[in-house]
Write a protein that binds this ligand. Structure first.
Ligand code: ZN
Length: 328
């Protein structure tokens, strides 16, 4: 059986990579990606964003960009509305601290960034080395205090950090100060957007230059006061097979744990899935016309979309999947 037949109606995507000064070889070593270099920072697993698209791997749409598939075969996505494919899934691994940043919301981005989308994102922590931490939120009590602290460069007083462990989940609404710290690997689900305002970069130089900051935009879009950190980090130790980690205006994210056998059915037009641990077999409840149901092997690091009308997805093996879809 070749790969084209094997995968049935599931849409597997070919990951795309971003090389970064804070990257490493971890995505190749731990996730099996065939990507050279010791500075791999991001694997874009499911993306129709023009900066780095993931083409379809197998089957009748092989080689097609996800943006083309969205435009030309909207039936695969349950005829969902929208000019652009709305979500983006990445695995990010940081050897060093990333710059501290904030994203605008849709209203601000539309007005100030040529009609672009804002960005709500969320993180599922896959690995955190001892002592690694995230920046999340800030300590200013009012906008005036925020502006004064930024102008005075009081970064240590301003930026709030917190420790995280594997399995933690963090929702990052627009206006939230945030940064991934060195030693952390996570899966990010986000609105398909790239509008980022850099607040603080630890005075690091790249090729002898400081990277540009966006202090004026940051002062406008940062939410004041910040939400409580305890409200932002969900550590869910539930043994349930399917756990809803977040449901917001832009997406829903689920953690699916297959311990031996599991069947899931989503009442959503399409679902993005990333295998983040283990391996197993996926089966459709439909047969392939030859009296056999279609099945395919998947492993950690695989990314695919379950299209509209797929029906039940039967899994076997031992694996963890992070799934996302549009809210109802
Ligand atoms: Zn971000």
């Amino acid at each position: 059986m070749n790969k084209n037949e094997r995968c049935g109606k599931l849409i597997f995507l070919k990951p795309a990579f971003e090389h970064k000064i804070w990257g490493s070889a971890k995505l190749r070593e731990n996730y099996g990606y065939d990507e050279p270099g010791d500075d791999i920072g991001e694997c874009w697993g499911i993306s129709a964003h023009p900066h780095n698209e993931t083409p379809v791997l197998y089957g009748e749409y092989a080689g097609m960009k996800l943006s083309e598939l969205w435009r030309e075969h909207r039936e695969l996505f349950g005829n969902a509305e929208g000019e652009e494919f709305p979500l983006l899934t990445k695995i990010i691994t940081a050897e060093d601290d990333l710059s501290v940043q904030v994203h605008p919301d849709d209203v601000y981005a539309a007005e100030h960034e040529n009609g672009a989308r804002g960005k709500t994102e969320c993180w599922y922590i896959l690995d955190a080395e001892p002592g690694s931490r995230l920046a999340i939120g800030h300590n200013a009590g009012s906008r005036e205090e925020l502006i004064n602290m930024i102008d005075a460069g009081r970064w240590k007083d301003l930026i709030r950090y917190t420790d995280v462990v594997a399995g933690d989940f963090i929702q990052i609404p627009p206006g939230t100060v945030h940064a991934i710290g060195g030693g952390i690997t996570l899966l990010e689900t986000q609105q398909s957007s790239d509008i980022t305002y850099r607040l603080y970069d630890y005075e690091r130089k790249q090729d002898g230059c400081l990277r540009p900051l966006h202090l004026e935009q940051s002062k406008e879009v940062i939410t004041v006061p910040a939400a409580d950190v305890a409200d932002e980090i969900i550590h869910d130790d539930s043994a349930d097979d399917v756990v809803c980690l977040i449901s917001c205006d832009h997406y829903e994210v689920y953690r699916i744990t297959c311990r031996d056998e599991l069947t899931v059915e989503f009442d959503r037009p399409f679902v993005l899935m990333s295998v983040v641990e283990g391996e197993g077999t996926l089966k459709s409840d439909r047969d392939n016309g030859a009296g056999e149901s279609e099945s395919t092997r998947v492993k950690k690091g695989d990314h695919f979309i379950v299209p509209a009308g797929f029906g039940e997805l039967a899994m076997s093996g031992s694996m963890k999947i992070i799934a996302s879809c549009l809210p109802l």
